[in-house]
Design a protein around this ligand. Structure first.
Ligand code: ACO
Length: 334
């Protein structure tokens, strides 16, 4: 382990895993009172994927992690830290990160989960960056993995059409050059916690026949409120992070926003001032995959050559808590 203080930190490799089964808008229209036109016009979503019954968050996370390790040229024994972001962990404990560790054989790592909903990957990136900057570890594996189809209420058309399952991962490591993660801006507001939550099953409302009858084990969302705050906070986070990096929006080659709603992304784009082609969008294929959203999109952007060496990109997310965050990254993989 290095003791070098304040090193620069880069994303060295990315990976993703998308379960095979596809749920189309037409499939959803057979389950709840909805239709393709409503879903596409209100959200931009056409399909989402569903994990197999025997597939948990750690299985998907490990598959994404293996790809990220391969793309970074890093072996399991080199990983010093695994941070797993999820609101659908395998179970309350042990952590999903420990299960991923076991699946990939990264036995030199210390492992933890974080709960920051859709902002989870940005939070994981921040933790990994700080641990590497401080010399605590040299290489970290960060993962966003979600099996949201296991926590949506399939009787509630306002939420069940929005979410899907997937995992994304990145290897983060120390670099000599002053590139990599240039700046971050994170925030939370617990005063608004009730607007987006899964109220049952924890110490506040332990699982009981009553909590199940009240359907408290499913996600609850006040969509319009979340929409409004998401737009405001994601713009604010982008502007702060870009300014901290000493850049302007014109310097940014690509913005990868959390894929919660196409209209949210368009509203951000309109107010940030960058042209539409600078926003990476894949919401039509996956719906909202929460903490997996940013790493899956990042991996797709890298693999489709939307990001080139030296490009300055912005990752930005908003989620339950509320939580939000943005990171400005100068792409430095080679
Ligand atoms: N199909 C058909 N009609 C529907 C559906 C549906 N699936 N869902 C709701 N409706 C109806 C409503 O009942 C309502 O009908 P009414 O006017 O007769 O009452 C009408 O459509 C409009 O409903 P709204 O909720 O006002 O629709 P809105 O345009 O706000 O879109 C949506 C809803 C898509 C949820 C939007 O508010 C949104 O995207 N919010 C943000 C979600 C988000 O960003 N989440 C991120 C974090 S997620 C996380 O952290 C895990």
């Amino acid at each position: 382990m290095s003791t070098t203080a304040l090193r620069t930190v880069s994303i060295l490799g990315t990976g993703s895993y998308i379960p095979e089964k596809v749920i189309t808008n037409a499939d959803l229209a057979k389950i709840v009172d909805t239709n393709d036109e409503w879903i596409v016009s209100r959200t931009g979503m056409k399909e989402r994927h569903q994990a197999r019954p025997d597939e948990a968050a750690s299985d998907m996370g490990a598959a994404a992690a293996r790809q990220a390790m391969e793309s970074a040229g890093v072996t399991a024994d080199q990983i010093g830290m695994i941070v797993c972001a999820s609101i659908t962990p395998d179970m309350p404990f042990p952590s999903t990160a420990c299960y991923v560790q076991r699946l990939i054989g990264a036995h030199n790592a210390f492992c933890l989960d974080i709960t920051a909903a859709c902002s989870g990957f940005i939070y994981a990136l921040e933790l990994a960056k700080n641990a590497i900057c401080a010399g605590q570890v040299d290489t970290a594996l960060i993962i966003g993995t979600e099996k949201l189809t296991s926590v949506v209420d399939w009787q509630d058309r306002q939420t069940c059409v929005l979410f899907g399952d997937a995992a994304g991962a990145a290897i983060v490591g120390a670099r000599g050059a002053p590139h990599g993660i240039r700046a971050t801006a994170l925030g939370s507001d617990g005063r608004l916690a009730e607007l987006l939550m899964l109220p049952g099953g924890g110490s506040r409302n332990p699982t009981s026949p009553e909590t199940i009858e009240k359907r408290l084990h499913y996600m609850k969302m006040s969509g319009r409120d979340v929409f409004k705050h998401a737009v405001t906070r994601m713009i604010e986070a982008c502007q702060k992070a870009i300014a901290k990096a000493g850049l302007t929006i014109d310097d940014i080659a690509l913005i990868i926003p959390h894929q919660a709603n196409l209209r949210i992304i368009e509203a951000i784009g309109h107010r940030l001032g960058a042209p539409a082609e600078k926003y990476f969008i894949n919401i039509e294929k996956y719906g909202n995959i929460s903490a997996a959203s940013i790493p899956v999109a990042l991996d797709e952007a890298v693999r489709s050559d939307r990001i080139k060496q030296g490009d300055k990109i912005v990752l930005v997310a908003f989620g339950g808590g509320f939580t939000w965050g943005a990171a400005v990254v100068e792409w430095d993989k080679n």
